[in-house]
Design a protein around this ligand. Structure first.
Ligand code: RB5
Length: 150
């Protein structure tokens, strides 16, 4: 399992899930930086997506976790940042493949889509699965180098 420190953030819709994933990470010996939200009061998901994605984009954290109701909004925000490869994985297969083939560095989950137990299983496989490199690195290089397009 990759035990490097992780930054985690959510909006109100996935606050409870964030707290559960934090507990799992701490119990697994992984240091966690909590970027908010602080409670279940209504907030705007981009504020938290931006915090987490910028910490990964600038290299302050190797990996991040973002949670919102569906995971869709957080994915959209996070993937606007350079060096961020955010993967919305509400199933185990996607989580494994997002590591093997896409070297995902931000895991995104939908707190209103999946249950807590599945979310923890997804997080486990995401932390455990290595990137396969080789032809997959060549493919990542293609979109890393292009920057943002019109
Ligand atoms: C909040 O109501 C909801 O829109 C948000 O959590 C997320 O699902 C957005 O993509």
């Amino acid at each position: 399992m990759n035990t490097s420190p992780v930054v985690i953030g959510s909006d109100h819709a996935a606050y409870q899930l964030k707290e559960k994933l934090k507990k799992f990470l701490i119990e697994s010996g992984i240091a966690v930086e909590d970027a908010g939200a602080e409670d279940e009061g209504s907030v705007d998901y981009p504020d938290y997506g931006i915090k987490v994605a910028s910490l990964v984009s600038t290299g302050k954290f190797d990996r991040g976790i973002l949670l919102c109701g569906t995971g869709i909004g957080m994915s959209m925000v996070a993937n606007r940042f350079s060096n961020v490869r955010a993967a919305l994985c509400n199933d185990l297969f996607s989580a494994i493949m997002s590591r093997r083939h896409n070297n995902s560095n931000v895991l995104v989950l939908g707190g209103r889509v999946i249950g807590d137990v599945l979310a923890i299983e997804i997080l486990k496989v995401w932390l455990e699965t290595p990137f396969e490199e080789g032809r997959h690195q060549k493919r990542l290089d293609k979109f890393n180098e292009m920057g943002r397009s019109a």
